[in-house]
Design a protein around this ligand. Structure first.
Ligand SMILES: *Cc1c(COP(=O)(O)O)cnc(C)c1O
Length: 470
């Protein structure tokens, strides 16, 4: 088979998959052993044709593929892929650009520059902020906190990149008690320590309490300090009070970082922008494109209000790079990777396709679907005593807790909620996961897929009601 025919066949398989995606059982029933049988075995001594490998991969992987890109996947915060972004991603693979250097791909460098600027604008971030295209919000948090570590060390006269942290002046790190796990992982990787953080108390929605932040900062006066705030709690969708936090950080002289993996996208909507008021006053921001922008994995973004600190923390120095250094935008200077995929094309294509209005619409539609989940579940017969929505639905996240049919104590509500989640996952109409929110078991619904309709929400609600015997 010619390489052209091979790629046409792959496109045909992909198109068939996408056509069936909305009606495919959403979860996968494959066990690890099932998949090991499919993919396992010894490395063959002699290879086989590309066409046969492609057919085998497509057929055999299928039972282990989860319909996360489909309209009724509500697990974690995942997002699907806009067709235009999938198409751009195919081209990205075909072009096989190494996006590290300008000279390796002037096209990607310019796509990133433009898309980065559009996003700064959508999120309301400062025009001069630098941007890096990374694998996800974990890498974005890491990159941003590396920039913070640089700037805070430099203020104490310490070159942390050259000398490391041995003997360095200490940086105090302040996080909300509900900071995402990847903030802690970033601290762990940066030598700032996952457990030496000062944790600030939160309210019932998971929002940092600014009075508690003020109390935490007071004894840290005069010390280099990093404050990590959050836009969009992974369970409730709630936002830390960013304007109040920015005031306190400014008074203290702290570096303010905002983890806005999906919450930063609220800034793209006129109706939701109030949730991120004050966000532009931070020093660094981390977000995802593979969640709410609906581009294929993997795609995240880091922004920094201090480009010198951002670059100093992540750039590499080598004589053989001298031909481009400093003249054009070398993407590797803003990310932890050196060689990497040209993620700029899919992000650029998605934004160009949606436009400002389309991004706002995508975000607002997801939020209205989340409210519909809350309304419909609470309106079910018998729901008054058996369904509890644990969060204020301010964004795209819904936490639901179920009591068993006969009523029952709070422990049985924990068990019953987990049982309902298990039944829904098995049923296959939709998929969502469980969580524990402030000590209570809950079903966690996240709406972040471009293709989800109100009818999908209603089908999912019906499946959940069946599972909960409502
Ligand atoms: C998803 C998420 C992350 C991590 O993002 P990845 O893309 O999985 O690396 C970080 N913070 C928050 C608030 C998130 O929701």
């Amino acid at each position: 088979m010619s390489s052209e025919d091979l790629l046409r066949r792959a496109a045909e398989i992909a198109a068939d998959y996408l056509e069936q995606l909305p009606e495919r059982p959403v979860g996968s029933a494959s066990s690890a052993d099932d998949m090991r049988k499919v993919f396992g075995g010894a490395l063959p001594e002699v290879g086989e044709s590309a066409a046969s490998v492609l057919e085998m991969l497509a057929a055999k992987a299928d039972p282990g593929i989860v319909a996360t890109a489909g309209p009724r996947y509500f697990g974690f915060v995942v997002g699907g892929s806009l067709p235009v972004a999938v198409a751009a991603d195919w081209l990205t693979s075909t072009w096989d650009q190494n996006a590290g250097l300008f000279v390796l791909s002037p096209a990607n460098s310019a796509a990133e520059e433009t898309a980065g600027g559009w996003l700064r604008d959508l999120f309301g971030l400062p025009a001069g902020a630098s941007v890096g295209f990374v694998t996800g919000c974990q890498a974005a948090n890491f990159s941003a906190l590396a920039a913070a570590r640089h700037a805070l060390s430099q203020r104490s006269g310490w070159d942390v990149e050259a000398r490391g942290l041995y003997g360095a002046p200490e940086i105090a790190v302040v996080v909300g008690a509900e900071a995402h796990v990847t903030v802690h992982t970033a601290l762990q990787m940066l030598g700032l320590g996952r457990e030496r953080v000062h944790r600030v108390a939160v309210d019932g929605q998971g929002r940092m309490l600014s009075a508690a932040l003020a109390r935490t900062l007071a004894p840290l006066a005069g010390r280099p300090t990093l404050v990590c705030a959050q836009a969009g709690n992974v369970n409730t969708g709630a936002f830390d009070p960013l304007a109040e936090i920015a005031d306190l950080a400014a008074q203290h002289g702290a570096w303010l970082h905002v983890d806005g993996a999906f919450g930063l996208w609220a800034g793209a909507s006129q109706h939701l922008r109030e949730l991120v008021r004050g966000v532009e006053r931070a020093d660094s921001w981390a977000t995802d494109a593979h969640k709410w922008l609906n581009v294929p994995y993997d795609s995240g973004l880091v922004f920094c209000a201090h480009p010198e600190a951002h670059r100093a923390a992540l750039t590499a120095h080598a004589d053989y790079l001298e031909q481009t250094a400093g003249r054009e935008r070398d993407p590797f200077e803003w990310v932890p990777e050196f060689s990497r995929r040209a993620r700029g094309f899919a992000v650029w294509a998605a934004l160009r396709h949606l436009g400002r209005g389309g991004v706002a619409d995508l975000v607002e539609r997801s939020c209205s679907h989340a409210r519909r989940f809350g309304d419909r579940l609470q309106a079910a017969p018998g729901a008054a005593t058996r369904v509890e929505i644990l969060n204020d639905i301010v964004l795209n996240q819904v936490l639901v807790r179920f009591a068993p049919p006969a009523g029952g104590d709070s422990r049985s509500a924990d068990e019953y909620t987990r049982e309902v989640i298990r039944r829904v996952q098995l049923d296959g109409t939709c998929w969502l996961s469980g969580t524990t929110w402030q000590g209570k078991a809950a079903m966690r619904i996240s709406v972040s897929n471009w293709s989800t309709t109100a009818a999908d929400v209603d089908r999912a609600v019906a499946a959940i009601r069946r599972a909960a015997e409502l």
